[in-house]
Ligand binder design. Sequence first.
Ligand SMILES: Cc1ncc(COP(=O)(O)O)c(C=O)c1O
Length: 476
Amino acid sequence: MPSDFARSTNAAPPLALLGGTAVRNKPFSSRPHIDEREVEAVAQTVRDGLFSRFVGSALPGTREGLRQTSEELEKLDAPASFFGGPNVRKFEAAWARAHRVPYAIAMNSATSCLTAALMALDVGPGAEVITTPLSFTATATAIVAAQAVPVFADIDLDTLCLDPASVERAITPYTKAIMPVHWCGNAGDFHAILDIAKRHNLHVIEDAAQAPGTEYDDRMLGSYGDAGVFSFSEPKNVMTGEGGMVITSNPEVAEKCRLIRNHGEAVPMPNDTDDFALNIVGYNFRMVEATAALGWVQTSKLEMVNQIRKRNYQYLRSRLDDVAGGYLLPQRITHPESFYSYTAAFRWLSEASGISRDTVALALRAEGIPVATGVGRLMSDNLLFQRKLAYGRGGHPFSSPVYHGKVDYDPAKLPNAYLAHDVEYLGFFLLGHPNTPADMDDIVAAFEKIVTRRHELVAYEKNGKPSVMPFDRGRG
Ligand SMILES: Cc1ncc(COP(=O)(O)O)c(C=O)c1O
């Protein structure tokens, strides 16, 4: 924490918001780590005419393949199959190895993966799924896409992940699953969530979109639940443009995900059970070969790109503690050694500092530092939930005759999430390649100005509350 003397001097240069020169005048960059390997792998798919090699009907070998491990399917010697082409199967095998599970199923997005995983576990009409309000919109809407009803539990202000006590309170006779989100890559109090799920016999679908390659105790995040889901959209740790992956150790979940991904309704035969035929309703969630080629090359860099995020995060966090500690609280990370910061999240303490979070965000942006004040809006604020409008005009799935619960999207039930999001949250996306500690220094320098000259910002606020654009992740 800076000394009172340091804080009371006006040694720092004038704030850009108040007419001074900005700390930074070049954009931050957020780019995939690309070299000749990606270029060559993609070029080869094009040379070979390998665009998509999925066949959406039951070719010979399909029934046997449905429960084979990803490593077994990688060896399949076929130019086209129900399980996709060689690049898709190679990416899946590499991802499964990296996360120490037998099955990985690639799809066109994490959103599709979350929907498919829920359907694979038969979490659908009539069921409630407990999740956090603080996530990208897809976490909750995937639950609706599977025709179940999301129930929001509150977050823990320190971890910014689900608060186990709130989860426990949200359980009803209709709860069938919990979908924790490893927010920014942080698992939060995940063991407590797993324990609740075990005691109440609930499925767990981990939204690990932001936590690839992350060891948590002796296993990888994503591998604890019945299913875990990753995203490869930008600017994730591993990027393929668009794309997602389900991992699981359960052959039945793998089988069903593979069927849901690829028009699997063509596969069940009249002598099959309802359990086998259930929830396969004609989706096409396939990944194309060029994307998968990017994916298996990028998987070989997972450890390296994660280490870049770890280095930048640890540096930024320790420098900000020197400069703004006491005003800026970092997210409590429950596994600091394996935290690869998708975003560096902090809470700005307005009372201690005398300035609001929104003024800080404006001041940072004026200094050339992109910052997010949240996720656009909490998922619970989405009209979809506030008006209970999803499929058609009859209120399905919220007032479906097969749903006997009474979900309530009252913000008053989520005080921590609203406090964090509307008042305190500051998130920096710019921790990955090609950013370095020198880039982090610019964020630190901007805070140094804000803290040292905060009395000027107090005066600035007296002229009226700032209006601030909520989301600026600063893509370069
Ligand atoms: C936590 C979380 N869940 C789900 C998604 C959705 O991923 P996708 O864009 O691959 O569908 C994202 C993407 O940003 C995310 O951050």
